[in-house]
Design a protein around this ligand. Structure first.
Ligand code: HPA
Length: 248
């Protein structure tokens, strides 16, 4: 199997990597079941890059129904060793307003009822992986360096709070998350990051801020139209960034 230089998981509003050439489609089956959709493998800067849409290419799978284990296992089966997770998020603290790109370095997990470990099945090995630094520090450094090299402005650090969804949060929930130290809120950061660690994959999050989280901005209401418009605007530099990251 030819190695894959980089795997990218797209979140809300990012359903394909248009910059990929010579795309091959893989319908992968894993011991955890089927991933969210086909894995598209193509060339970017001469490097093999894999792409998977986390919610499915038609955004049909809600955050709590995503088979996170199958998604990561499928990428690993195809030869990926490092995963760049694109996560559409709400911004909580001042530096994380709409259209900001951020590479968080911490997370807090508020999700519940999701299969969050490879140790789920009776008889499987019981894993207690270190998770003090939930995103692979050396890979995060490469993401930040690639952004710098390509002039893509990116916040270095921040704490991602993973909520259950699919509804957005109450103002009080976000106020609590702010007190807890969260800068960003999203629905898909966990269990994905923990599973990547269990699978031995390098993993970093590239958070795309789509809106101010509940009660943080001026808006009366958060709409999907606002979310999608901001993701599209903030994603302009992504192909260049991914291409640079795939190089090394
Ligand atoms: N909360 C949770 N997830 C999100 C948000 C939000 O405000 N915006 C985009 N994804």
């Amino acid at each position: 199997m030819e190695p894959i230089a980089l795997a990218v998981i797209g979140g809300t509003g990012v359903y394909k990597l248009a910059a990929l050439d010579d795309v091959q489609t893989h319908d992968v089956e894993t011991i955890y079941g089927a991933p969210s959709g086909p894995v598209r493998v193509g060339l970017l800067n001469g490097q093999r890059v894999a792409f998977l849409a986390r919610h499915g290419e038609g955004h049909s799978i809600p955050p709590h129904k995503i088979n996170y284990r199958a998604n990561l296992a499928a990428l690993k089966q195809l030869g990926a060793t490092r995963v760049l997770a694109l996560n559409t998020v709400g911004g909580i603290t001042d530096n994380f307003g709409p259209r900001v790109l951020a590479c968080p370095d911490q997370l807090i997990d508020y999700t519940w009822g999701r299969i969050s470990t490879l140790s789920e099945e009776a008889g499987s090995e019981v894993l207690h992986v270190d998770f003090g630094h939930p995103y692979t520090p050396s890979f995060r450094a490469k993401v930040l360096a690639a952004a710098k090299a390509k002039g893509v402005v990116m916040q270095d650090g921040g704490c991602y709070g993973a909520t259950q969804g699919p509804r957005l949060e109450t103002n009080a929930e976000i106020a609590r998350m702010r007190r807890d130290g969260c800068d960003l809120v999203g629905m898909t950061g966990m269990p994905e990051a923990g599973l990547a660690r269990e699978l031995g994959l390098e993993y970093a999050c590239l958070a795309i801020v789509a809106n101010w989280a509940a009660g943080c901005g001026e808006a009366e209401e958060i709409t999907m139209a606002e979310v999608l418009a901001n993701v599209e605007a903030a994603s302009a530099g992504l192909p260049t960034l991914v291409g640079e990251l795939a190089k090394g």
